[in-house]
Design a protein around this ligand. Structure first.
Ligand code: SF4
Ligand SMILES: [Zn+2]
Ligand SMILES: [Zn+2]
Length: 308
């Protein structure tokens, strides 16, 4: 297999664009796609603070490395990596070590927030308190809240997330299947600013997951491969398989799902007034109801633990 742009051996095929790429052309194409996404999602951003959510896995490590590359010639932009320790013993300590290594290698300031300190509990403890509940449901809600808080605390104007093309296509499909228009509109990348919420950007939105992995390997970025011990129970797994099957049968499905999402959001924002989020009565964070979902899960876990 030869590169479609030069005679060198190809390292990857890209069926969605009917091409093969050698290492050099592959790296250049990922960097160019990310540059374009950054430009589209953060237009005219020449001054301020950008936080990057860094878990230590491949996606967020690539997001940090490429954000660093994108902003490195802009001394007026401060880049900060923020990590969340949800308290998952066989997993998070090692991914946080990888996160720390990459931040140090790039010379990027790194902050870690811990669920045990901020919420008074951990995911591992809650798995014991709520054995019938899928851990990703509360873990994801808590992590999003802690990341937002950490980004706000460092004065960030934007929060970069490592969502790749596959992640976003899965989320669009999940929300469509569940008929959840609200979540569909609120998905990253954010088009609107809401009080208390740091706008999220997703510069890897046009990079498929396996290309993110290959990019991390070729650039020799430190990242941790291990999978969370609770991941097997995630509802997302079904949609991951489904998107894969659709993509195999119909290359370009993931990009089509994202385009559909873009158009739906544009039409929604043009026709429906944006409501200011309410404020959670327990923690003061933005909330859709009286109690935010993070506090609601904390309440349920506390009740279960007291009853045990
Ligand atoms: S797989 Fe689920 S439980 Fe594990 S870190 Fe991710 S969201 Fe949390
Ligand atoms: Zn080439
Ligand atoms: Zn709350």
């Amino acid at each position: 297999m030869r590169c479609s742009s030069c005679a060198s051996p190809a390292v990857i095929d890209q069926p969605y664009r009917g091409a093969h790429a050698c290492a050099d052309h592959f790296l250049a194409s990922v960097e160019e796609r990310v540059r374009r996404e950054m430009h589209r999602q953060l237009p005219r951003f020449g001054r301020g603070t950008v936080a990057v959510a860094l878990s230590g896995g491949k996606d967020s490590s690539v997001a940090l490395a490429l954000s660093h590359r994108y902003f490195r010639r802009r001394p007026t932009v401060r880049l900060v990596a923020v990590s969340v320790d949800e308290g998952i013993a066989d997993y998070r300590p090692s991914t946080l070590r990888a996160a720390g290594s990459l931040a140090e290698q790039l010379g990027v300031e790194h902050h870690v927030v811990r669920a045990a300190e901020e919420l008074g509990t951990t995911v591992d403890r809650t798995v014991g308190d709520l054995p019938g509940t899928v851990p990703c449901s509360y873990c994801g809600v808590w992590r999003r809240g802690l990341l937002n808080r950490a980004a706000r605390d460092v004065g960030a104007d934007a929060l970069v997330l490592g969502f790749n093309l596959d992640d976003l296509a899965q989320t669009v499909l999940m929300n469509l299947v569940h008929g959840d228009l609200d979540r569909l509109v609120r998905m990253a990348p954010h088009r609107i600013r809401q009080p208390g919420l740091v706008p999220r950007v997703a510069p890897l939105a046009s990079v498929p997951e396996r290309e993110v992995y290959l990019y991390a390997r070729i650039r020799a970025l430190p990242f941790d491969h291990r999978e969370c011990p609770h991941a097997g129970r995630a509802a997302r797994n079904f949609f991951r398989d489904l998107v894969w099957k659709l993509e195999e049968a119909q290359p370009g499905t993931r990009q089509s799902l994202l385009r559909t999402h873009d158009r739906l959001v544009e039409q929604w924002l043009a026709s429906v007034p944006v409501e200011r989020p309410a404020v959670c009565r327990a923690c003061g964070e933005p909330a859709a109801q009286d109690l935010c979902r993070a506090c609601e899960y904390l309440r349920i876990a506390r009740v279960a633990s007291e009853a045990a």
